[in-house]
Write a protein that binds this ligand. Structure first.
Ligand SMILES: *Cc1c(COP(=O)(O)O)cnc(C)c1O
Length: 369
């Protein structure tokens, strides 16, 4: 008789549902016998520009070194980030994507008997990382799909160790301004770590949203997590970072895998940070694509949640699964978000002009039936 290793898993893990990623292009191509070249994937909020040429050059130059372990301290990347943002290197923690940062936070501060507070419709990794370590996830009802920061404050109790907030949030694209953020940070108990997830901040114009880094010195319980995987175009390499007090960074460093960021990611991240033209081009493409999608959706009489990310959650006012099926059959991959409790919505990432047009055209066909 073989053992039931699910029953033997720690209780938090037994109850976990795995993260559901966007459908890979090759998988859909196999399923439908389509040419992968003809498939448009707008499902994972990736940068449609393709990688930064500077990042590619840096990767090529590093390839001969891959027999060596990477620099486990990430010295150069941390120094570059510190210089860019006027920080000390000791305030920075590097992650294998910012997902890794969220996981490190959970492992360092959460455990059975403790809880993390986050919003309904927040990023799926918050509940996964929280449950995996046996802590309770306290889901606070959203308001118009956005974080209700007042209700989140009220949900904090003596067992709360972490609050996760995202600005803008994924999958809704909703955001909050500086006054709301400051008022929130002013009232969160000082022994509760606030994780401000800014995975999409670089898609916004400077000043459009509060810059979390401006608040780290004032609020010693604040950690800002960011990523090179979205606007900087390095999703496949996995690299992100946290900015916090040196003490919080020291704790994270204790649970971090010694070589959590690989050597190609380290050099590519340095190069991508220097490629300001790439970042600006991505921002412009996103702004134009957002306008294109909004106009196209309005022409189809559809509604969506206003977004500050590189994606839109479109409301079909009925089960969106058949619409999703129709899009897949036409070679367009978007993201169903029923798993987030939003079965009537599909989340579409903003692509190139041609990709957005393909999506709108396929959508029009599907809706015509
Ligand atoms: C994509 C995303 C992340 C994590 O991205 P990484 O690829 O792990 O850097 C974190 N938070 C939110 C809200 C995201 O959408």
């Amino acid at each position: 008789m073989s053992c039931d290793f699910l029953a033997l898993a720690v209780p938090g893990v037994q109850k976990l549902s795995p993260y559901v990623p966007g459908k890979p292009v090759d998988e859909l191509a196999r399923e439908l016998g389509l040419d992968p070249q003809g498939i448009v994937k707008l499902a994972s909020n990736e940068n449609p520009l393709g990688p930064s040429p500077k990042a590619l050059d840096a990767i090529r130059a590093e390839l001969g070194e891959i027999t060596r372990y990477p620099d486990g301290s990430g010295f150069r990347l941390k120094a570059k980030l510190a210089e860019r943002f006027g920080l000390q290197s000791t305030q920075i923690t590097l992650g294998n994507g910012s997902n890794d940062i969220l996981d490190l936070v959970a492992r360092a501060w959460l455990a059975p008997g403790r809880n993390a507070v986050f919003s309904q419709y927040a990023f799926a990794v918050y509940p996964i990382s929280t449950q995996a370590v046996g802590a309770e996830g306290r889901v606070v009802p959203a308001r118009n799909y956005a974080h209700d920061l007042e209700a989140m404050l009220a949900a904090i109790d003596e067992n709360t160790r972490v609050v996760f907030i995202a600005n803008p949030n994924n999958p809704t694209g909703t955001w909050f301004g500086p006054a709301a953020l400051e008022s929130f940070l002013d009232r969160v108990p000082q022994d509760v770590l606030v994780v401000l997830d800014e995975a999409y901040i670089e898609f916004t114009e400077p000043g459009e949203l509060p810059n979390g880094l401006d608040y780290v010195a004032r609020y010693p319980n604040l950690l800002v997590s960011r990523t090179l995987c979205k606007a900087y175009g390095l999703a496949g390499l996995r690299v992100g970072y946290a900015v916090s007090s040196p003490q919080i960074a020291d704790v994270l460093n204790r649970v971090r895998q010694p070589f959590n960021v690989n050597s190609l990611a380290l050099v590519a991240a340095c190069a991508a940070l220097d490629d300001t033209d790439y970042l600006e081009a991505g921002r412009q493409l996103n702004r134009a694509g957002m306008a294109q999608l909004e106009a196209g959706l309005a022409a189809l009489d559809l509604h969506w949640i206003p977004s500050r990310g590189n994606f839109l959650a479109v409301d079909f006012a009925r089960d969106a699964a058949p619409v999703n099926q129709g899009l897949l059959q036409r070679g367009v991959i978007v993201r169903p978000i029923a798993g987030y409790g939003m079965p009537n919505f599909l989340r579409v990432s903003i692509g190139t002009e041609a990709e957005n047009a393909r999506f709108l055209e396929a959508l029009a066909q599907v809706l015509r039936g």
